[in-house]
Unconditional design. Structure first.
Length: 239
């Protein structure tokens, strides 16, 4: 993100500030065919009206196929905005967002010569097992809801016993309610995150329950990241 509060600027910062000013004309209206590129690197994607993970998938395809230095992605919801921004940052883009009504214009700029990298891939020791735990509910089991909640709280608190092999904690569907304000396991999840556990929370699910603004822990994510995490994990535990 562009940070104008820093007291000292290097030449890269100056170029970014100039670039941000120049973008206003492009964000104000869709690009014409003659404006579709700056030099040969400009790419625009209109992903309004598309459900997760389509905006991220279209952005990923554009980055991989054309390796653009400058990209603009238009989305119409907060979850897609967060997901597209995070994906572009993972591909070494500096991002800038402007809002126009219900639309978000996500602008990504990458210096020439810098290449992409996979969004979730990371270097890990060959002898380190990676366990992913996916929670699709805020209760454990069926029958008594009060008992189910007690069991889930106990389960999450006990996950630390897995040790360093616990690699991803993913919340989908009703499970996202465990990450919001008032959740009884929120302090535990924050402590896990503080110690380095990567927590992913489904953005589509948060939006469905109108809880996006109440999420207090983890990264808002999309199905592409979840599926990729499953591929990379040595073991997936679903609750």
């Amino acid at each position: 993100m562009f940070d104008v509060r820093r007291s000292s600027f290097n030449m890269f910062d100056v170029h970014l500030l100039i670039f941000a000013k120049q973008l206003s004309a492009y964000v104000a209206k869709p690009l014409s065919s003659s404006q579709n590129k700056i030099g040969k690197d400009m790419k625009e994607i209109d992903a309004r009206g598309l459900a997760c993970p389509a905006p991220v998938l279209q952005t990923k395809a554009a980055v991989q196929e054309g390796n653009p230095g400058l990209i603009k992605v238009i989305v119409d919801n907060e979850a897609s905005k967060q997901n597209v921004c995070r994906f572009l940052k993972s591909q070494n883009f500096d991002t800038h967002v402007q809002k126009d009504g219900n639309d978000f214009y996500v602008i990504g700029k990458r210096e020439a010569g810098i290449s992409s990298k996979d969004s979730i891939q990371e270097r890990v020791k060959a002898d380190t097992k990676k366990i992913m735990v996916m929670l699709a509910t805020d209760r454990m089991g069926h029958g008594d809801d009060e008992l189910g909640l007690k069991l889930m709280i106990s389960y999450i608190k006990t996950l630390k016993e897995i040790g360093p092999e616990l690699w991803r904690l993913v919340f989908v569907n009703n499970g996202v309610k465990l990450t919001i304000e008032g959740s009884e396991v929120l302090p535990v999840l924050k402590e896990y995150e503080k110690k380095g556990l990567h927590i992913l929370v489904c953005g589509t699910c948060l939006t469905h329950f109108d809880l996006l603004d109440q999420k207090q822990v983890g990264e808002t994510t999309n199905m592409l990241d979840i599926v990729t995490a499953m591929q990379l994990a040595d073991k997936v535990i679903s609750i």
